[in-house]
Ligand binder design. Structure first.
Ligand code: SIN
Length: 562
């Protein structure tokens, strides 16, 4: 059964993390918009609530420090950040943190009431505010959920967003299904996708089970420009433990002096390098020694339990005592640096559709995100979307990452080599199995309707293949092998229906885009390491824009900010 929802919404937010909820609160409380929030779980369920370290923000107002935050972000991004987007991030970030404090979020303070600041990898000084030690996301989510429950006009929980509704070239809502499979169309004048990342692409991840790239996959199916999806950040210090998602041992531990050691006890990497470099060094050392973990030595840290209570209790559950034991760690998929291409206001290439947070590619992260810039990005660009809607903005401008879509082929160092990708696996069924046009076909086309166990098995096989072939280290052969597993998963997902099938279809869609871009990017840069092309290449100082289904008439890769 399908029915139209009659709510007359100004803004529909899809997703309930920091980007979506902070935008919803601002839209309703500051501008009096009728706001709806739609999420596939409960409002409280989002990747934000798992975020540990904190929010990088220069709250002192010192311009030198703001410039240093900008410089650290650009350095981590390995040549692919958009400098204008980063400038917006570091300059508007402090005000957004103050908004959260006004809303009731309690950040950690010292005896004099001053905010405590932590240092993390890639930061040249301590500038990360945090809450509950390393439970920052949970505190932010708590404050935002309470505010949204007070001010949103409509909250649609446990509704799976299937696809964007596009009429006359404009996004006018989403089609969503409830737990029984009943679908509905929720209409709004503007739709903000804030549906988070896709850590579930990989077998080993810090992301919760619901991080299945639904927003990016919906955008791909609607022909919306997506970029930088080959850059998946692996967090170096996830606890090596059977539990999934892997418990995170925050970067803040290294900021406080914890050491990285290989299994022979030797220190082999500077602990405060950006996390792509640390994860790569660890993976290589693990391969050399033929082991599956390294050690984090936090035995020298004072007041561990008082400073990091949530990590201390996760360790206690795992039978570890950080004052005595070295902690087993291995890299785990943590953050999708790319996503739906946006301009500096969060506008996508489809009028009426906006994106903010991990689902988006605003240009602030480039090839590798600086630690503790993700919550910050969500709150800064979520707010900018609301302000742009309030000003009556209707179309994206050629600013931020959107410049990559708008540039002409003549100006593009890799123009004429678009990433072609077919995203025709629809969550609603009727799908072509070939999600990896030109790369791989499924080993067989399933004929029977898959059971839940079939779908779960296909998801695990695809996740294992992605970890082995498209993880921290990749090459042309490993990417091609992975594509076969992805094509198999897509073919199976296309035969079924229900949330597990839709998630698998979305994962396969985004995996296809990732593999296509990673195959084309024949260089190593940031979080993308090609063993067969170990150096960065000036030719690839550009974003690869994935346009699904059709070969774009306009160029799909563009120059970056000078
Ligand atoms: C951490 O606390 O290490 C994670 C913070 C982040 O992902 O930026």
């Amino acid at each position: 059964m399908t029915f139209e929802d009659d709510a007359d919404l100004d803004l529909l937010v899809v997703g309930s993390g920091v980007a979506g909820l902070s935008a919803a609160v601002r839209a309703a409380d500051t501008h009096g918009f009728r706001v709806g929030v739609l999420t596939k779980g409960d409002l409280e369920q989002s990747t934000t609530r798992w975020a540990q370290g904190g929010v990088a923000a220069v709250l002192s107002g010192d311009p030198d420090s703001t410039d240093l935050h900008l410089a650290d972000t650009l350095a981590a991004g390995a040549g692919l950040c958009d400098i204008d987007a980063v400038r917006v991030l570091v300059e508007e970030g402090p005000s957004r943190v103050r908004d959260l404090i006004t809303l009731g979020a309690a950040f950690d303070r010292d005896d004099q009431g001053r905010l405590e600041l932590a240092r993390e990898g890639g930061h040249s000084l301590a500038r990360v505010v945090h809450a509950g030690g390393a439970a920052t996301g949970a505190e932010i989510e708590r404050a935002l959920v309470a505010a949204v429950r007070r001010s949103a006009a409509a909250i649609h929980e446990n509704q799976f967003a299937l696809d964007l509704v596009v009429e006359a070239g404009r996004c006018v809502g989403v089609r969503a299904a409830d737990g029984t499979g009943v679908t509905r169309v929720v209409r709004a004048r503007h739709v903000l996708l804030a549906a988070g990342g896709a850590g579930q692409l990989f077998a080993v991840t810090t992301n919760p089970i619901e991080a299945t790239g639904d927003g990016v996959a919906m955008a791909l199916r609607a022909g919306v420009a997506v970029a930088d999806v080959e850059f998946v950040q692996f967090h170096p210090t996830a606890l090596h433990h059977p539990r999934m998602p892997r418990p995170l041992l925050s970067e803040a531990l290294r900021g406080h002096g914890a050491l990285l050691r290989d299994t022979t006890g030797v220190q082999f990497v500077d602990e405060l390098l950006p996390r792509d470099q640390v994860s790569r060094a660890m993976t290589r050392r693990m391969l050399e020694l033929d082991v599956d973990h390294c050690w984090l030595d936090a035995t020298g840290l004072d007041h561990f339990v008082e400073r990091f209570p949530t990590i201390a209790s996760a360790l206690e559950e795992a039978g570890l005592d950080p004052s005595r034991d070295w902690l087993p760690i291995a890299p785990a998929a943590h953050y999708l640096c790319g996503g739906i291409v946006t301009d500096l206001d969060g506008a996508s290439s489809l009028p009426g559709l906006w994106a903010a947070g991990e689902v988006a590619c605003s240009g602030v992260h480039g090839a590798n995100r600086l630690a503790s810039n993700s919550l910050l990005e969500g709150m800064v660009f979520g707010a900018r979307v609301v302000e742009a809607v309030q000003r009556g903005v209707e179309h994206a401008s050629a600013t931020g990452a959107m410049r990559s879509v708008s540039e002409t082929a003549d100006h593009s160092p890799i123009g004429g080599r678009p990433v072609e990708f077919r995203a025709d696996v629809s969550p609603l069924g009727a799908a072509a199995p070939d999600v990896m046009a030109g790369q791989a076909s499924p080993t067989s086309i399933p004929t029977a309707i898959p059971t839940s166990a079939d779908i779960a098995g296909a998801r695990h096989r695809m996740q294992r293949a992605m970890t082995a072939g498209a993880g921290v280290l990749r090459d042309a052969d490993s990417l091609h092998r992975t594509a076969v597993a992805v094509a198999d998963a897509a073919a199976l997902a296309a035969q079924g229906s229900g949330a597990d099938c839709w998630e698998l279809a979305n994962l396969a869609t985004i995996a296809g885009a990732l593999l296509a871009a990673a195959t084309l990017r024949t260089e190593s840069r940031g979080a993308h390491t090609r063993e067969d092309f170990p150096s960065a290449s000036a030719e690839f100082t550009a974003r690869l824009v994935v346009t699904a289904g059709v070969r774009p008439a306009t160029p799909s890769a563009g120059r970056l900010s000078p």
